[in-house]
Ligand binder design. Structure first.
Ligand SMILES: [Zn+2]
Ligand SMILES: [Zn+2]
Length: 288
C-alpha cells in the first residue's frame, strides 16, 4: 500500500522568517513531490513583551503588525484561490496556523481562531520567560542561566497551560527545548520530559488533541525528529491517537522533507497519521 504523503506544517510568505514563496508556488511543488495534502501554518506570535521583535506578518511584501487581523482575509483568500486552482488535481490544500502560546494572550488567540474558518490550529511553545528558545541567536540567553530542572519546570508548566486553553488541535514540535537546549543541557535534554510530559499527554488524550512529528530537527543537525521515539511511545501509552507530520518548511526546497521517514516512525510505534478539516481530525485513508 503506498504511503499517503502529506505535509502539515508549511510557512508561506506570510511568515516573517520564511522565504518569499507564495501559497500557489508551494502547491505546484507539492504536486511535483506527489504530496496528497498540504496545510499552510503561518506564524502568529502575540507576546506583548516581544512586539517589536516578532509580532508581525508579511502582507504583500510588507511587514505588518500581527494584531491587524485583515491579513487573515488575504491569507484565506489566497488559500481559497489555490483550492480552486488545484481542485481537479490530487492535492488537497488546508488553511492552518501555528500560534506561539504564552500566558496572557488568550483573548487574541480566541479572536483569531473563532473569527476565521481554520482547518487546523497548531499551538507551539517558542518562548519561555519572553525569550525565544526556538531561535539560535536568542536561546542561549535562556539556557545558559538555567539548570535542566528549571527548564523542565518552566517548559512543561507553559505547555500544560497551552493544552488547557482548549484553543489548539495539535501541539507542534513538543520537545522543541531540545533544538538548542542540547548544547547547554547535554544528554539531560533527552531525559527532562520523564515524569513531566505524562500528565500533559493524559490531558491531551482526554481532549482528543494531536501531536505533530516535526522533521525540521534534521536541518539543525539533530538525529531525531521532534519529538523523539521515546516521547511518541509515551504519548501512545497515554492514549493520544492523533498524529500529524510536518516539515516546518520555510522555503520551497524544505517542502516534504523527512515526511516519508516520519510516517515510517509513526508506523513503527503503531500511531496513525491524521489530517484535519475545519478543526476535525480524520485518519488518513491510506498509509499509517
Ligand atoms: Zn514552531
Ligand atoms: Zn513552524
Amino acid at each position: 500500500m503506498p504511503k499517503l504523503k502529506i505535509d502539515y506544517h508549511v510557512h508561506p510568505n506570510y511568515s516573517i522568517d520564511a522565504s518569499p514563496v507564495t501559497i500557489r508556488d508551494y502547491c505546484h511543488k507539492a504536486l511535483l513531490l506527489e504530496l496528497r495534502e498540504i496545510c499552510f501554518c503561518t506564524h502568529v506570535e502575540l507576546d506583548p513583551r516581544r512586539n517589536e521583535k516578532e509580532n508581525f506578518v508579511m502582507l504583500n511584501g510588507e511587514k505588518r503588525p500581527v494584531y491587524e487581523l485583515n491579513w487573515l482575509d488575504s491569507y484565506f483568500a489566497e488559500i481559497g484561490q489555490a483550492q480552486k486552482e488545484f481542485n481537479n488535481s490530487s492535492l488537497k490544500i488546508k488553511a492552518g496556523v501555528e500560534i506561539g502560546y504564552c500566558p496572557g494572550v488568550e483573548n487574541y488567540i480566541e479572536r483569531i481562531v473563532n473569527d476565521y474558518p481554520f482547518d487546523f490550529v497548531m499551538g507551539a511553545i517558542h518562548c519561555l520567560d519572553h525569550i525565544s528558545i526556538s531561535s539560535q541567536k536568542e536561546s542561549p540567553y535562556y539556557f545558559r542561566s538555567r539548570r535542566a530542572e528549571t527548564v523542565r519546570e518552566e517548559y512543561f508548566a507553559v505547555l500544560m497551560e497551552a493544552v488547557k486553553t482548549g484553543f489548539f488541535d495539535c501541539i507542534a514540535h513538543i520537545d522543541i527545548y531540545r533544538r538548542y537546549g542540547i548544547q547547554f543541557l547535554g544528554s539531560e535534554a533527552y531525559a527532562i520530559h520523564r515524569g513531566a510530559i505524562e500528565p500533559v499527554f493524559a490531558e491531551m488524550s482526554k481532549r482528543g488533541m494531536g501531536i505533530e512529528i516535526n522533521t525540521s530537527s534534521r536541518r539543525r543537525g539533530l538525529k531525531d525528529f521532534h519529538p523523539t521515539k521515546e516521547i511518541l511511545e509515551l504519548a501512545i501509552k497515554a492514549g493520544v491517537k492523533v498524529f500529524t507530520v510536518g516539515s516546518d518548511a520555510h522555503s520551497l526546497d524544505q517542502l516534504g522533507e523527512g515526511v516519508d521517514e516520519a510516517l515510517a516512525l509513526l508506523h513503527e510505534v503503531n500511531g496513525s497519521n491524521y489530517v484535519y478539516t475545519r478543526r476535525k481530525p480524520v485518519p488518513c485513508p491510506i498509509a499509517c
